[in-house]
Structures are given as structure tokens and as C-alpha cells.
Ligand binder design. Structure first.
Ligand code: SF4
Length: 645
């Protein structure tokens, strides 16, 4: 680590001036596919423009803002669906094979944005494509075959209605094995609002309902043929990143991470009383043992190999992968389920039918909660529902995927379903902007209470650093990296997380905002947040600078990178503002303001006044209008976004 900081404006300017004379940022290649007309058109975005939105969800939201009018129905042909990678995607190091999917979300009505890893993103980039922008609606089901830098529209009537496993087999029968496939399942075809895009049957652009947008276009899949991968601009300097990575991975922490992965969160959170149980009504679930699922599953050239690998057992097919922490909680503890086998089957149902595991588990747990309070009857549900009953949970998930009976209402997502059910049901919804909450309880991680509320895409636990990093040891690389982003030394706590005060102050608000900008950058450059990040990850902000330089010859600065992250957030907030969103939409579920009832976390709650004050301070630090919570014209101008005014 070289200790470069964002404060060095003069150095940054000098670097940029030098860059202008010696380096041209690569152009972006956009394939515009109009499924209504059956056309494919290539478009070039010049590098000087691409540099402001260099890939992933930033490039995607830029295309949405430019090409789509506000107010369109998210499930109409007028919605635009964009898949985008970055100039780094497919380069030969860890965590560089990710793709963003973005559109107007059918779940939230605002910006939809979701990332996926695996192998397809590297092949997408290897085909020389930066983004695929899909408009219109095909008369008949189709899929897109991407090969030699262009896309062919092919019939998919024979795949429609099949599970993702069968769909993948049929596409491979046609195109051979040299393709990577991302597709929707029957849930996306039936426009379940939290349907996802499933990659290789086991990864997903999971959140915000991008699978439903694909379904509304009669688009079943993307199949991407393999191609020669990009090479780094400076191979020797690039090898240094790999050498550094190997050194850092030679550490028990990473061995443990590979072995236990995200499911390793279950036990500590359970023991502290912060494992969401029974529709988030409690954090205390001492009976929950979690499940052991081995690691070793990989994304393209990633030595971390942190993905779960399921073993074959009755009802469980390994090809559908294994559940991560968020899934284990959503289809497990949210629903009061303790059985590991039940959790594996629920996870498999989601991947076979193409549903976001978090929203699906949370919506089912919401339905059980409604049943337990008499808001849904046995006749409504077609069965008895109770927390802890695996059979009814699996049945309900299938009914959602097939929009059968009450599943048709739940397929609208818990917030819309609550409006249909009425009476006290809206009070039982645990969602922000209509998107169901992930399993990191903001009672324990207060900055997430703010980020869950203000995040443009609704609640998301992967859009800022978690509060636990404020307990990083002095001298640790986490401390140094966070400091390099501008997180003040005074932000770091001296007491253990168990004894720390669970509320927001100005330092935590600033920590949330700065790390949110950095995570926004990661989703722009399409970097895996387990490899690259601002704190506990293997590679930090300085390594991102080295990646830019050795990967594509881009001599940038942390200041420019943080501004890119900030620009993307502002574009997304502006997208929402065009759709009528205001600060009223930056709200938390009512349940979070009530004290938790039992266990070690008994009494923990979000203090409403503290939350309101934190949100006001956040708007002020972000430079957003205090009355609406939206970016002001001055703010947009300062980020070279005057074209939005
Ligand atoms: S760390 Fe895990 S999720 Fe990230 S690229 Fe590697 S294998 Fe994939």
C-alpha cells in the first residue's frame, strides 16, 4: 500500500492532465436490441464520456436516463433492460467477472439494479461488449445468443415454462457447451415481481426484480459464447496485483472464509441475538443450528472460491448451488425453520424457478405472520401456515412461482400484497421502497438502518460497509484503507461491538456515506465485494488504483474514483426523483422502531428521532435537497450531470 489519499487534489489534477495527453479511455460498445422490431444496433460511447460512467450499474443507469422516459410501466415494452460490465471485466485476476442488470424495478417502481458473478460476465466482456440494452417486447419467447461481438435473436418457445436446469440443458443442446447462460425461470415468465436472472443455475442478479422485466419482454435467456479474454495493458504490473493477492490470501482468515463463507455469519449473529426470526419480529433463535455447506465454488479465475457447493441428497441437486447467509436466514430463520435440509430445498426452488431468495423468503414469512394474526385465513391460503413448518413454506414458494391461489398476491411482493390484504398487514411488511430486507439487522449495525432507507434500489446490505468495521484494530489494513477514503480516526470504536452504543452519530453517518460511495464504485467497475473493498477484503482502494493503471493504463486518483461512485448514486436518486420518489420513501419498516422482545438483544430498537436526524445529516453531507431528499441542480452540475437538468 502506498498511502495515496483522496485529499491530494493537485496530484490528481496533474495525473489527469497527463492522462489526457497520453491515454485515451476506451470507448464503450453498446448493443441495442429492440425485441419488438427484431433489430440489433451497435453504438459507441466515446471514452471521454465513458470515463464518467465506466461500466456496470453506472453505465446502465446512464443509458436508462438517456433512452427511457419517466413514468413507464416497469413490465411494459417501454422499460429498458441493461446488462453492463466494465473495462476491467475478464482481466486475469480475482473478482473481475461480474455484471450489472438494471431497469425500472417492477418491485420498487424506482431504479432496479443487481449484480451477479460467475463466468458469463468475463465472456460477455471477451465479446467486446460493454452493455446490452434490451427494449420492446418480442411477440414470441426468444433468447439472445451473443457471439463474435453481436447478438442473434433465437426462438425460445421450447424452453418457456421449463426450470432453469432444463432450460440450460436445452440451450446447450443447441449451441454446444462453449456458452455461459443467464436466464429467467417460470417465475420470471409469470412476472413475479421479485423474479431474478439466474446464471449457471446457481448465481443470480437477484434483487429488484430484473427477471420479471426479462419475462415481460418474452426474453428467456442470454447465452454468451466464449471468446479470447482481454489482456492487461501492463502485464508485469498486473502480475504484481496477483502476487500481492496471493500473499494476502496466505492467511487463516481467508482459509476460513473459503471453508465457511458467508454462512459463517449464522452462529455469531444468532448468539448475539441478531439473527432475524419469524418475519423480523425477533433476533433470538437459539435453536437455529445453521447448516454446513462446503465451499470451493468459483467465479472466473478467482482463487478465493468462496461459493457454496451443495452435495446431492434427497431432493437436492448440486447444480443449483448452495445457500449463502442471506438465503439461509430468509428461507430459514425468517420463516422459523431450523432444518438445514429444508433450507437447501427452499434455496433450490428459488434457483430452479428464478426467484430472489431474500424477497421470496421474506414474503413467505410475511404471509405466515399475516396468518398468525388472522389477516389471512386457511381458506385464503389453501392450507394452514405456521412458522417452522417446512412443508407449507415449500408449498407457498411453489404457489408464488406459479402465481397459484394466494401465491398470485404474494408474487406482487410483500408491500403490494399487504395493500391487497389490508387491515394490519402493512405494519407487518419489512421492506424499504417495497424491497424486502436482507438479514443484517440494523439494530446491531445502525449505519445499515440509514443505508437501507436511503439506498435508491431499496434495502440492500451490499451497498456500504457494515458497522462492524468500525471496530477494526489500529494499524490494520482495514483502518488504513477506510482512512484513505476519508473516514475519520475518531469514527473507530474503542469498546467491543457487544458493548457499543447502537445509534447513529455524525461520524457514523459520514462512514456510511463514504463507504456507500466506494461500494457504488465497486458496482460500477464490476468488482466482487469479497475480493475488492474498503476494509476487510483482500484488495483495497490502492489496489483499485493499481488495477486501473496496469489493467487499462488509466492513471486515476481515489478522488476521481470516489466521484464516480457518488455520480452513480446521484443518477440513481435522480432516476427515482423522475418517478416521483421523495424523502418519504426513505423510510424504515415500522417494526424496527419497536423493541426486540427476547434474548440477548431484548429491548434493542431503532430510535426514531436518532434515525430522522441521521437521515437529515446524510442529505446535507450528500448535498441533496433537505425537503425532498433529491439531488439539487447544483449538485448534479458539480458532478458533470447538467444533462439531467
Ligand atoms: S470471492 Fe467468491 S463471489 Fe467473489 S469472485 Fe471469488 S468466488 Fe466469486
Amino acid at each position: 500500500m502506498t498511502g495515496r489519499r483522496i485529499g491530494c487534489r493537485i496530484c490528481a489534477m496533474v495525473r489527469q492532465v497527463f492522462m489526457v495527453s497520453s491515454f485515451d479511455f476506451p470507448d464503450a460498445v453498446v448493443l441495442n436490441v429492440d425485441l419488438g422490431r427484431g433489430t440489433v444496433r451497435r453504438e459507441i460511447i466515446p471514452g471521454r464520456d465513458y470515463r464518467l460512467y465506466p461500466g456496470g450499474s453506472a453505465l446502465a443507469v446512464r443509458l436508462l436516463l438517456e433512452k427511457m422516459n419517466p413514468g413507464v410501466d416497469a413490465l411494459s415494452p417501454d422499460n429498458l433492460l441493461v446488462f453492463a460490465v466494465s473495462p476491467f471485466t475478464g482481466l486475469p485476476t480475482a473478482g473481475l467477472s461480474r455484471i450489472a442488470a438494471a431497469a425500472k424495478s417492477p418491485l420498487t417502481g424506482g431504479i432496479g439494479d443487481s449484480q451477479a458473478g460467475g463466468f458469463l460476465p468475463a465472456e460477455f466482456a471477451a465479446n467486446g461488449i460493454s452493455a446490452l440494452a434490451v427494449s420492446g417486447r418480442s411477440e414470441q419467447p426468444v433468447y439472445l445468443h451473443i457471439k463474435d461481438g453481436t447478438a442473434e435473436i433465437r426462438p425460445a418457445g421450447h424452453i418457456w415454462g421449463k426450470t432453469t436446469g432444463d432450460g440450460e440443458d436445452l440451450i446447450r443442446e443447441e449451441l454446444g457447451c462453449d456458452v455461459e447462460i443467464a436466464q429467467i425461470g417460470p417465475a420470471g415468465e409469470r412476472l413475479v415481481r421479485f423474479a431474478c436472472v439466474v446464471h449457471n443455475c446457481s448465481r443470480a442478479n437477484g434483487r429488484t426484480g430484473m427477471g420479471a422485466v426479462m419475462g415481460s419482454k418474452n426474453l428467456r435467456a442470454l447465452a454468451v459464447s466464449r471468446a479470447a479474454k482481454p489482456r492487461p495493458a501492463s502485464p508485469e504490473a498486473f502480475r504484481d496485483i496477483n502476487r500481492r493477492l496471493a500473499e494476502r490470501l496466505d492467511d487463516p482468515f481467508w482459509e476460513d472464509f473459503k471453508d465457511t463463507g458467508t454462512p459463517g455469519n449464522v452462529e455469531p449473529l444468532r448468539d448475539m441475538g441478531y439473527l432475524p426470526r419469524n418475519n423480523y419480529s425477533s433476533g433470538w433463535f437459539p435453536d437455529f443450528k445453521g447448516i454446513r455447506i462446503k465451499g470451493g465454488g468459483k467465479c472466473y479465475v478467482c482463487p478465493l472460491a468462496c461459493k457454496r457447493v451443495a452435495e446431492k441428497s434427497p431432493g437436492v441437486e448440486p447444480r443449483y448451488g448452495g445457500p449463502e447467509y442471506g438465503t439461509i436466514a430468509a428461507v430459514g430463520s425468517y420463516c422459523g425453520i431450523t432444518s438445514g435440509e429444508s433450507i437447501k430445498i427452499s434455496h433450490q426452488i428459488c434457483n430452479m424457478y428464478g426467484m430472489d431468495t431474500i424477497s421470496c423468503g421474506a414474503t413467505v414469512s410475511f404471509a405466515i405472520d399475516c396468518f398468525s394474526k388472522g389477516l389471512i385465513s386457511e381458506r385464503d391460503a389453501g392450507m394452514k401456515l405456521s412458522f417452522g413448518d417446512s412443508e407449507s413454506v415449500h408449498r407457498l414458494m411453489m404457489m408464488v412461482a406459479e402465481r397459484e391461489g394466494i401465491g398470485d398476491i404474494l408474487a406482487e411482493g410483500s408491500a403490494r400484497a399487504a395493500q391487497i390484504i389490508g387491515r394490519g398487514a402493512p405494519d407487518l411488511v419489512t421492506a424499504t421502497k417495497g424491497q424486502e430486507l436482507p438479514a443484517h439487522m440494523p439494530h446491531f449495525k445502525p449505519s445499515l438502518s440509514l443505508i437501507y432507507a436511503v439506498n435508491p434500489g431499496g434495502a440492500d446490505h451490499q451497498s456500504s460497509e457494515h458497522d462492524t468495521m468500525l471496530f477494526a484494530q489500529e494499524g490494520s489494513h482495514a483502518r488504513r484503507w477506510l482512512s484513505s477514503l476519508g473516514v475519520s480516526d475518531d469514527s473507530f470504536a474503542r469498546q467491543s461491538p457487544r458493548k457499543a452504543k447502537m445509534e447513529m452519530d455524525g461520524l457514523r453517518v459520514r462512514f456510511a456515506l463514504l463507504t456507500q460511495r466506494f461500494y457504488s464504485l465497486l458496482d460500477t467497475l464490476c468488482l466482487c465485494q469479497f475480493v475488492w473493498g474498503p476494509s476487510w477484503q483482500a484488495l483495497g482502494p490502492d489496489d483499485v488504483l493499481d488495477l486501473a493503471s496496469s489493467g487499462i493504463g488509466w492513471e486515476t486518483s481515489l478522488e476521481e474514483l470516489m466521484e464516480i461512485g457518488e455520480r452513480k448514486l446521484n443518477m440513481m436518486r435522480h432516476f427515482n426523483a423522475r418517478e416521483g420518489f421523495t424523502k418519504e420513501d426513505d423510510a424504515l419498516p415500522r417494526r424496527f422502531f419497536e423493541p426486540l422482545p427476547d434474548g440477548p438483544s431484548k429491548g434493542a430498537r431503532i430510535d426514531r428521532r436518532n434515525f430522522d436526524e441521521a437521515r437529515e445529516l446524510y442529505y446535507s453531507l450528500a448535498g441533496w435537497d433537505a425537503s425532498s431528499g433529491n439531488p439539487s441542480p447544483e449538485k448534479l452540475k458539480s458532478l458533470s450531470l447538467e444533462w439531467l437538468i
